[in-house]
Design a protein around this ligand. Structure first.
Ligand SMILES: Cc1ncc(COP(=O)(O)O)c(C=O)c1O
Length: 356
C-alpha cells in the first residue's frame, strides 16, 4: 500500500462537502433530490461584482499579485472591518486567502505546534478539528449544551484551559448551530463566500497580530501563493461597492429562517429549542428518533438519520456526528421556500414511517 503522511492519512473528507457531493451524484443519476446540505447561498453573485471581475480580466490583471493580497484589496478589507465591525486593522495585520478556509488553515499552522492544545467548543464546524490535528496540535473538544444556546460559557472555558492551551476556535455565527457570540476575537477570519454569494470565487481573509499574519503569509507564499487575481478585483468591488444588494438576500434568509424553524418544530422527534440568530442553518436535536427502525434497520445517530432521509425522502442534510453532536442533524436553508416546503413534506412522511 502507498505510504501516506501520517497526519494526512488520519483525516477524512469534509462531512459537509461529502454530503453535498452525494446529493449531486444522485441528482446526476436522475433522482429528484432536494439538498439542504450545502453551506452556500442559492443566490448568484451580484452583477456589479461580476462586472468588476470582467473589467479586471479585460485589463490583463492575470499575473501574480502580492502573496497576501493586493494593497487595494487589503485596504478594502480594512474599510470593511471598520465599517461593519468597528475594528481597526492595518494592511500588515491582514491576509487575503483562497476562502476563509485557507486563511484558517494557514494561521492554525503558523501558530500551533506539536502537543499544543486548541479548544474547540462543540458543536463545531467540521474542519476545525482536522485543521488543528494537521498542525500537530491536539483538538480539545468542549461540549456546549443546547440549554445555553450552544454558547461557550466562561466557567466551562476556564475549566478547559490547561498550561498547554494555545488557542480557542470561536465561530460566530456558528456553523452548524447559528448561535452568535457578542465578544471580540483575537484573530478574525471572514469570507466573502456567503455574504456576497461568492463561494466558488474562493476569497476570504484573516486579520490579527502582524507576527501571526506575516507567518501565515510565509506559509501561503510557499504553499499556494496569492489568491486568484480576478477574484481579488471582484472582492474589492464587493467590499467597497453598494451594500444594499445584500438586503434582498438577507430578507429572503430571514423569511426562510422563520419558515424552517416552524416546519422543523412540527416534525415529531425534531426538537429545536433555540431560534438560530445567524448563518443559514438550523441544528435540530433528533435524539427522540434514535433507536427507531425502518425495515428492521435501526437508526442510532444523526448521520444514520440523514442517510435514511436521503434514501427514503430524497432530502439531503448533514448528520451531526462530525460536528461533535451525533444526536443532531444540520439543515441548510439556503434554498427556495418552495424547495424547503417540499423537502419538509417529504421528511415528515419519511419520519412517520419510522417504528419505535
Ligand atoms: C467556520 C467556517 N470557516 C470556513 C468556511 C468556508 O468558507 P470559505 O468558502 O470562505 O472557505 C465555513 C463554511 O463553509 C465555515 O463555517
Amino acid at each position: 500500500m502507498l505510504k501516506l503522511n501520517r497526519r494526512i492519512a488520519a483525516i477524512k473528507p469534509s462531512a459537509t462537502l461529502a454530503a453535498d457531493a452525494r446529493a449531486t451524484e444522485m441528482k446526476l443519476a436522475g433522482i429528484d433530490v432536494i439538498s439542504l446540505a450545502a453551506g452556500e447561498p442559492d443566490f448568484d453573485t451580484p452583477e456589479h461584482i461580476k462586472q468588476a471581475a470582467s473589467k479586471a480580466l479585460a485589463a490583463g490583471q492575470t499575473k501574480y499579485t502580492a502573496v497576501s493580497g493586493t494593497a487595494a484589496l487589503k485596504n478594502a478589507i480594512k474599510l470593511k472591518l471598520k465599517r461593519d465591525n468597528q475594528l481597526d486593522y492595518e494592511p500588515n495585520e491582514i491576509i487575503a486567502s483562497a476562502g476563509a478556509k485557507q486563511a484558517e488553515a494557514n494561521v492554525i499552522n503558523a501558530l500551533f505546534d506539536e502537543g499544543d492544545e486548541v479548544i474547540i467548543p462543540t458543536p463545531a464546524w467540521v474542519s476545525f478539528a482536522a485543521m488543528v490535528s494537521l498542525s500537530g496540535a491536539i483538538p480539545k473538544f468542549v461540549p456546549c449544551p443546547e440549554a445555553t444556546g450552544f454558547l461557550l460559557e466562561p466557567d466551562t472555558l476556564r475549566r478547559a484551559i490547561t498550561p498547554r492551551t494555545r488557542g480557542i476556535m470561536l465561530n460566530s455565527p456558528s456553523n452548524p448551530t447559528g448561535a452568535v457570540y457578542g465578544a471580540e476575537q483575537l484573530i478574525i477570519f471572514n469570507s466573502l463566500s456567503k455574504t456576497y454569494a461568492m463561494t466558488g470565487w474562493r476569497i476570504g481573509f484573516a486579520a490579527g497580530p502582524k507576527e501571526a499574519i506575516a507567518a501565515a503569509g510565509r506559509l501561503q507564499s510557499q504553499n499556494s501563493g496569492n489568491p486568484n487575481s480576478i477574484t481579488q478585483a471582484a472582492a474589492i468591488e464587493a467590499l467597497t461597492g453598494p451594500q444594499d444588494v445584500l438586503k434582498p438576500m438577507l430578507e429572503a434568509f430571514r423569511k426562510r429562517n422563520a419558515l424552517v424553524v416552524e416546519r422543523v418544530r412540527r416534525i415529531p422527534g425534531f426538537k429545536l429549542p433555540n431560534v438560530p440568530q445567524g448563518a443559514f442553518y438550523v441544528f435540530p436535536n433528533v435524539s427522540e428518533l434514535l433507536g427507531s427502525t425502518f425495515n428492521g434497520k435501526q437508526i442510532t445517530d444523526g448521520d444514520q438519520l440523514a442517510a435514511y432521509l436521503l434514501d427514503e425522502a430524497h432530502v439531503s442534510m448533514v448528520g451531526g456526528n462530525d460536528f461533535g453532536a451525533s444526536d443532531h442533524v444540520r439543515i441548510s436553508y439556503a434554498t427556495s421556500t418552495e424547495n424547503l416546503n417540499n423537502a419538509f413534506d417529504r421528511v415528515e412522511r419519511a419520519v412517520a414511517k419510522l417504528k419505535g
